[in-house]
Design a protein around this ligand. Structure first.
Ligand code: PLP
Length: 315
């Protein structure tokens, strides 16, 4: 929907980080636009704002940023770049609901922002998401796009006496059942977020000295960011040590996973002319990152088992 609202057309370019899920790049590729991949910062794993401007051309229509692990991107700089070039910023806030940057909610900073309610997220209804609109000029068309290109929302409000096909669109609405399931969690957001905070802080506290001894880097949250407690990751010294820790944990019945494969080196990314070495930080960290089990219903004893298992591993 963000790509449709921004009227992305064939040959347009959109800046996206290489270190992310394919969804963002895909949304623009579906409009036949070209994703232009930018590397990430080594500290937050967010898009490296210092590399954005050099990739902007007269075809660039938008900058799509991801608040990785719910830690805000350097939005002041990014919004200033976008203003200078007269282009929009879209926030991929799949990880960051209720996180803040300089006191402002993530998702409230760009012209548009996307949320995900996929099963891995803090708030979930299994699949689906939401579009946050921070620029009222998009409201009316967004209602039509999500209702199969019809003016059904106007009809429901009694503004028209019948509804019909007025634009392109699709069925972007969640079902009532999914919405109800999600709403119950949103009503308990303080409990959910505070439990996730406890889990995150216990990992950070209990793994700090293990990380130091083994040359492992734990997440960095800059002081201007209040994170959303979406995930806890470790950056291992090498690909080999990352794979060895995954096997060690698997042997103890603990599932730990990695992500993302650099998009610029994916089969689709290569079709857009990208090459090995174009995003070196992404290439390096993607090999070394490991996510530890992290879910709201995780008990303290389950987390202690994970902590003990990790501490028993030597790099
Ligand atoms: C950064 C990011 N963006 C987007 C998505 C996609 O979300 P969805 O599957 O709800 O479209 C994910 C999913 O895991 C993600 O991690």
């Amino acid at each position: 929907m963000a790509a449709l609202l921004l009227e992305i057309e064939p040959e347009d370019e959109v800046i996206v980080p290489s270190f992310t899920f394919p969804s963002a790049a895909n949304a623009f590729a579906l409009r036949r636009a070209k994703p232009v991949f930018v590397d990430i910062r080594a500290d937050t794993l967010n898009i490296d704002e210092s590399q954005i401007e050099q990739r902007i051309t007269e075809r660039t229509k938008a900058i799509f940023v991801v608040h990785y692990a719910g830690v805000g991107c350097e939005m002041d700089t990014i919004l200033a770049i976008a203003r200078r070039h007269g282009i929009g910023v879209v926030e991929d806030n799949a990880h960051g609901l209720y996180g803040r940057y300089r006191g402002r909610y993530l998702g409230a900073l760009g012209r548009l922002a996307t949320l995900s309610f996929h099963e891995t997220k803090n708030f979930t209804c299994g699949e689906g998401g939401a579009l946050l609109i921070n620029d009222a000029q998009f409201n009316e068309r967004a209602e039509i796009l999500r209702e199969k290109g019809t003016d059904r929302s106007r009809f429901f409000r009694g503004e028209v006496d019948k509804y019909t096909w007025v634009d392109i669109g699709s069925s972007y609405l969640p079902s009532d059942l999914l919405a109800a399931f999600l709403r119950a969690q949103l009503e308990h957001r303080d409990q959910i977020q505070s439990r996730r905070r406890q889990i995150w802080e216990a990992y950070a506290r209990e793994l700090a000295s293990w990380a130091k001894t083994n040359g492992v880097r734990l997440p960095i949250v800059p002081p201007e960011c209040e994170q959303s407690y979406h995930m806890f990751y470790a950056i291992m010294p090498s690909l080999e040590s990352r794979q060895a820790l995954i096997s060690h944990l698997a042997g103890l019945g603990i599932l730990a996973v990695f992500h993302y494969l650099p998009l610029h080196l994916s089969p689709m990314g290569l079709r857009f002319g990208e090459r090995q070495g174009d995003c070196p930080v992404t290439e390096n960290l993607s090999d070394r990152l490991l996510r530890l089990p992290f879910f709201t219903g995780m008990s303290s004893s389950e987390q202690n088992q994970v902590i003990d298992a990790v501490r028993a591993f030597r790099c």
